[in-house]
Every structure is written in structure tokens, then in C-alpha cells.
Write a protein that binds this ligand. Structure first.
Ligand code: ZN
Length: 514
């Protein structure tokens, strides 16, 4: 018997069928680690970005920049990436395929991230042999382990010695431009600068769909502070928020326990060292709730000394629980100190300090940085997995209404007696008001509702014979299947309020008893 499908399989199948996402270059056999977002997926991703800006960036007046994806080698040498951005690989002696050694140990040796992270190359090879792990593709043996640099390398222009890299994070684009950004923002601290854009990592053997990509969209926020004035004046907004932690001290235990505490407690006990780090972590939890991930399916995992990236003084990963992959990182929160600016200042010879007036004249210092960083593609996938549910035999995608790729469907009840023309009129009236709509007149109304439910369109608008008489339409809620009757001339404003989360579905009209 075939095992039941997991949610990844269901969401991926639906993603292909309905146009959310699929593996890129399929007609040529596909290339691992790349996905293409279809018409609905790209709209969902854009809406998620908009929501992110509204919730995470705009309240703090965090500004955005756009810098190039290709970076000269000098930048990434200075930042430490050329030296540190490496992963251990092993190659199969029979089929020559290469695999990421730590992932093999996790998958076939049941080792944890924390355990594999501290192994050097010899120890990795020793564990692989001890556990008898063979090539998952052909059963062959592995040869010795090597470090593989996971940045894409290219040359800039026709000069073979002018090495360039695809940026592995958007953060460096902010650090190297800090001087101009800071001056253009009138030298104020704290200063938050974000970049939402493509990043490239030449993953060794990605087999996890949208969760491990070679080209992906990253959201990096660099929050610059005076190291002698790191207080967060709005910490009280989130101090009662509770977070679930997997603390470093518990990580190596057999069944590591989760510690739940408020932001206030975490700061008082020194679990989180920096107030701004705590603030951004609390907001990250709240964001994931808004995206449909309940509290008990989220946690923050503290990084041990040897697990942290080379630039980080303290770090937590936010993880969500996914059906196939278990706990999966969706954001990282790091205290990067002055590491990056100091390195670039040193390598470029350009002064990247800030100046602040004080009572005895003034001081120059290198700003410190708190960095929240999100993987947008993982968020998109997480939203889809958590929105998916089954009602009877019907697939329903209960996307949060402000993320849904289309606001409403417009259906003529039948394709005759002037109903098509009337529905067309309704479509254009709503499109002119800025709504994104689905037009569907094929098949029975029941089939059309089912298609719209699976795609995740929050509202169905049906034009029927009564519409011709009194200019009212039936609205149907995707999730509860409740129906209300609404006057057409009030519809644009009502829908506007509904999608701004100001009213619920029942506020859209008069309930129809069924
Ligand atoms: Zn093989």
C-alpha cells in the first residue's frame, strides 16, 4: 500500500495544478534548488512582502535599499564569507554524485544539527563509515570529505582574475553602502535599513523543494545602534509576549525541553542579551501568528558558540514545524556587533564611523548591528502548508485574507438571460476599485466554488436573477461557506473594510439562512 501523502506532497501537487509554484526548467528535466512561482504564487509572495513591510518595517521607519546581486570578491573576502561560507561534502565513488555530509548524518544517522556542526572533516568521514552510510542514489561508498564553498562564483567582465560572487545574503549590500545611507538619513541612530532581494547559495544537493533553494528571496534588516546606548524605548510593547525557547543548555539532551517565558523574563534572566534582539524576536513570533502558524508550532532555538555564523555574538533561529521536515528555520536573529562595518572599514580604508555630540564635545564610534533575517520563500511555503485543510472531500486553502492572491471570484449563476453581461459589469466595477478578481463561468456553480476554495480566494460573488431586479448579489465565505446578500453600490467600500481586517464576513451584508 502507498503511504498517505504528507502535506508537502499535497501542497506541491496543488501548487503545480493551480499555479502556485513548481520546480524550474521542468521541460529540460529540472534543476534542483530552483523554483518558479506561477500566477498565483507570485501574487501571494508579493502580498506577503507587502504585509511584512506594513507589520515589521514601517512602524519602526526602517528604510529599504536595493543593491546588486553580483559582488566583487574583495567585499566577500573582507566580510569573511570567502573563508567561512563552506559546507562539508562527500562524493560517491560509484556514481560520482556529491552530497552534503552533515545532512547525510542527520538523515541516516539521526544526528542533530548541533552534533554535526562541531565535527571536522576527518570526524565527518569517520561517522559516515561507522554508521555504514552509503550513497542514497546507488548504494556506493563515499570517498573522503571535502569543504565546498557554497557561493556561486563568476568573473566580472572579460577578466579571469576579476572574481565575483553571487551574494549569499543581502546584508553585505547594506554594510558596504552604510556611509551613504547614514548620511542621506541625516546621521541618526538607531537606523534600520532593510533589503528584500534575491540571494544565491550553491547548495550541494538540495532535495527539499522551496525549503532549500539555490536562488531565493531574503529579507535582511540591519538595525544600527550606538553601542553605548542600546536601549529599546518601545520594549514595553512586547514585554508580555511569550516565546518558546530551546535553550543552548538543553539542546544536547536526549529529549530537549522547551522553556516558555515572556520577553521581560528572557531579558531579566539574560537569556536574550539585547533588548532590540528581543523586540524583533517578539515581532517575528507575532508575524508568524498572522501568517497562520499557531504558537505551539513555533519556537526559538539558541545557537551554541560553535553553531553561530562567524559574525554573530548571540543568535536565535525562529523555527516552525513543517509536516515533512519537522522544525525548520524561517528567520534568524543575530547580534552582529560592529563585526561587518569594522571589517569593511579595515579592508577599504574608508571611515565608516558615526559621530555623536556629547556633553564633552562628541564621540566617534563604529555602530553595532542587530539583524533579523527572513527567508521569504520558506514563509510562502509555510503559509501554504498551514492554510491547507480538507473540508469533507474538498481541498480548501484558508489563506489569511490579506495574503490571498485574488480577493474575490465573480460568477454569473447561469450563462444566459443577461446574467453574463451583469456579472461583467460587476467585475469591472470592482476591478476599477482596485480589487484583483477571478472570473469563472464554466461548469456548475458548485464546481466553481470548489475551484475557488482550493485556490484560496476568500469571497465568491454570485450574480443571479434577483441581481437584475434589485442590484444585490450573494457573497459566499470560502472558509465557513456562509452566505450574505449585499447591495452592489455598497460592495466596494465593504470589501475594502473587509480586506483591511476592519470587518468580518458577517459585516458584509444580510445573512442568508439556509
Ligand atoms: Zn552513488
Amino acid at each position: 500500500m502507498k503511504p498517505p501523502k504528507d502535506k508537502y506532497e499535497i501542497v506541491s501537487e496543488m501548487g503545480k495544478r493551480r499555479g502556485y509554484f513548481w520546480p524550474s526548467y521542468e521541460i529540460y528535466g529540472g534543476v534542483g534548488g530552483f523554483i518558479t512561482y506561477g500566477p498565483l504564487g507570485s501574487a501571494l509572495k508579493r502580498n506577503l512582502e507587502t504585509k511584512f513591510r506594513k507589520f515589521y518595517l514601517q512602524p519602526l521607519a526602517i528604510v529599504e535599499i536595493e543593491s546588486p546581486v553580483i559582488m566583487p570578491g574583495t567585499v566577500l573576502e573582507a566580510s569573511g564569507h570567502v573563508e567561512n561560507f563552506k559546507e562539508p561534502t562527500v562524493g560517491c565513488v560509484k556514481c560520482q554524485r556529491k552530497f552534503r555530509a552533515d545532512h547525510l548524518l542527520q538523515e541516516f544517522g539521526k544526528m542533530t544539527d548541533t552534533q554535526t556542526e562541531k565535527l571536522d572533516l576527518d570526524a565527518v568521514m569517520e561517522e559516515i563509515q561507522k554508521l555504514g552510510i552509503k550513497c542514497p542514489d546507488c548504494g556506493g561508498d563515499f570517498n573522503k570529505a571535502e569543504q565546498f564553498m557554497t557561493m556561486f562564483t563568476t568573473t566580472i567582465g572579460p577578466y579571469s582574475d576579476s572574481i565575483g560572487y553571487g551574494r549569499p545574503e543581502a546584508a553585505q549590500g547594506i554594510f558596504v553602502e552604510f556611509k551613504r545611507i547614514f548620511e542621506s538619513m541625516r546621521n541618526r541612530l538607531p537606523l534600520g535599513v532593510a533589503q528584500i532581494g534575491q540571494a544565491l547559495r550553491n547548495e550541494i544537493s538540495p532535495r527539499q523543494g522551496p525549503v532549500r533553494l539555490r536562488e531565493f528571496t531574503i529579507i535582511d534588516i540591519e538595525f544600527f545602534l550606538d553601542p553605548e546606548d542600546k536601549k529599546c524605548l518601545i520594549i514595553n510593547e512586547v514585554e508580555n509576549e511569550t516565546l518558546r525557547f530551546l535553550l543552548a543548555e538543553n539542546k544536547q539532551k536526549e529529549n530537549p525541553e522547551i522553556t516558555t517565558m515572556t520577553i521581560k523574563e528572557a531579558l531579566t534572566k539574560g537569556i536574550i542579551q539585547e533588548e532590540w534582539l528581543a523586540y524583533f524576536m517578539a515581532k517575528a513570533k507575532q508575524l508568524l501568528i498572522l501568517l497562520g502558524v499557531p504558537e505551539d508550532k513555533q519556537r526559538f532555538i539558541e545557537k551554541l558558540d560553535y553553531e553561530r555564523a562567524h559574525y554573530s555574538k548571540q543568535g536565535f533561529d525562529q523555527e516552525v514545524y513543517l509536516d515533512r521536515w519537522g522544525w525548520t528555520e524561517v528567520s534568524g536573529h543575530n547580534y552582529r556587533t560592529d563585526f561587518d562595518l569594522a571589517r569593511h572599514m579595515n579592508a577599504s580604508g574608508v571611515d565608516l564611523t558615526a559621530f555623536k555630540e556629547t556633553e564633552d564635545g562628541g564621540k566617534r564610534f563604529v555602530p553595532h548591528v542587530i539583524e533579523p533575517s527572513f527567508g521569504l520563500d520558506r514563509l510562502v511555503y509555510t503559509v501554504l502548508e498551514y492554510a491547507y485543510n480538507k473540508q469533507g472531500k474538498r481541498n480548501v486553502l484558508s489563506l489569511p485574507r490579506d495574503l490571498a492572491p485574488m480577493h474575490a471570484s465573480v460568477f454569473p449563476l447561469v450563462n444566459k438571460d443577461g446574467l453574463m453581461e451583469k456579472a461583467d459589469e460587476v467585475y469591472h466595477m470592482l476591478a476599477d476599485s482596485g480589487f484583483v478578481l477571478n472570473w469563472d463561468h464554466s461548469g456548475s456553480i458548485g464546481r466553481r466554488y470548489a475551484r475557488a476554495d482550493e485556490v484560496g480566494i476568500p469571497i465568491g460573488i454570485t450574480v443571479d436573477y434577483q441581481t437584475l431586479e434589485d442590484n444585490t448579489v450573494t457573497l459566499r465565505d470560502r472558509t465557513s461557506w456562509t452566505q450574505v446578500r449585499t447591495k452592489l453600490d455598497e460592495l466596494p467600500e465593504l470589501l475594502c473594510n473587509y480586506f483591511a481586517n476592519k470587518i468580518d464576513f458577517n459585516g458584509l451584508g444580510t445573512l442568508i439562512e439556509r
